[in-house]
Design a protein. Structure first.
Length: 300
């Protein structure tokens, strides 16, 4: 049984914002903090709930929390926020559970686990699979690793936005599993991009080609919910090309460390790097289709 009532969310990007909305709706007392304070203030105004407060510092955000969720771009930022200033955690509750839900990498998970254990604080390595839409639909998958009893305490909190919390093993295993999942996601995105480029180069309208993909054996959930991103240049950016590059760097690094020759991933990483170098780095990962489609015009 969980006694968690107060949750801090550190990192109010797209995913952190979506999680915050669902946690507040579920009745938790939520405190948010973001490096860009105005972003957190804007979200609080949008939600407009007495259950939500904004902290000026990460330290004060953590002081009354039973559980803290970190959703940062990478593990370097997560470690910096939690560990660079030794005062950040000094007034935290002794039973505080800190959760990293970002794609931070195995090395970062091990570092955080060790550092937080030295402070007698609990840590859950819990990256997620899904998007803002899946959070709103409570369909996110949480890949949790660490102490299983601690994860059991956190499950009710995660259920505010997730369909399942899968126990993967000890800290670091969650990150390894997330990188394995993202290897497929980024490979599938590249495959769909090349497939659409091939179809349109042969006179098939992109929307008609996508209709076929959605009804074919390749119609994974990713293919279905990324339709607008592939076909509509005005669709909001979800995952940026340069973020994909960060993930693939972690994936290739883990492969090398594990003795796994990730040849397909190496080629796909090169393709995304070419797109980033051609000016697509801040665009959605689906813009890889337009990069390939216009390859002769792009400077690599």
């Amino acid at each position: 049984m969980s006694n968690i009532k107060s949750v801090a969310v550190l990192g109010i990007g797209k995913m952190g914002s979506a999680m915050t909305k669902e946690l507040v709706a579920a009745g938790y007392q939520v405190t948010i903090w973001n490096r860009n304070h105005s972003v957190a203030e804007q979200l609080a105004m949008e939600i407009n709930s007495s259950n939500l407060s904004v902290s000026l510092t990460s330290k004060t955000a953590l002081e009354n929390a039973d559980l803290a969720i970190c959703v940062f771009t990478n593990g370097v930022v997560t470690q910096s926020v939690l560990l660079d200033d030794p005062n950040v955690l000094e007034d935290a509750k002794s039973n505080l559970i800190i959760v990293d839900m970002g794609t931070s990498g195995v090395e970062s998970a091990h570092a955080l686990s060790k550092a937080l254990a030295s402070k007698k604080l609990s840590f859950i390595d819990a990256p997620v699979s899904g998007s803002v839409a899946t959070i709103a639909a409570h369909q996110l998958l949480v890949m949790a690793s660490g102490d299983e009893s601690t994860i059991d305490q956190a499950r009710p909190v995660f259920s505010a936005f997730a369909k399942k919390t899968a126990f993967i093993g000890q800290a670091g295993a969650g990150q390894a599993m997330k990188l394995a999942v993202n290897l497929i996601v980024h490979s599938l995105n590249a495959a769909v991009s090349e497939a659409l480029a091939l179809a349109t180069a042969n006179g098939i309208e992109a929307s008609a080609a996508y209709d076929v993909l959605e009804e074919s054996v390749v119609a994974a959930p990713f293919v279905k919910y990324k339709r607008a991103a592939f076909l509509d240049t005005s669709a909001p950016v979800a995952m940026r090309i340069d973020t994909v590059g960060k993930d693939l760097g972690l994936i290739l690094g883990l492969g090398k460390e594990s003795g796994v020759d990730l040849r397909a991933a190496s080629g796909i990483a090169e393709l995304y790097q070419q797109a980033a170098s051609a000016g697509y780095e801040a665009q959605d990962m689906a813009s890889l289709f337009r990069f390939i489609q216009n390859l002769d015009e792009n400077v690599i």
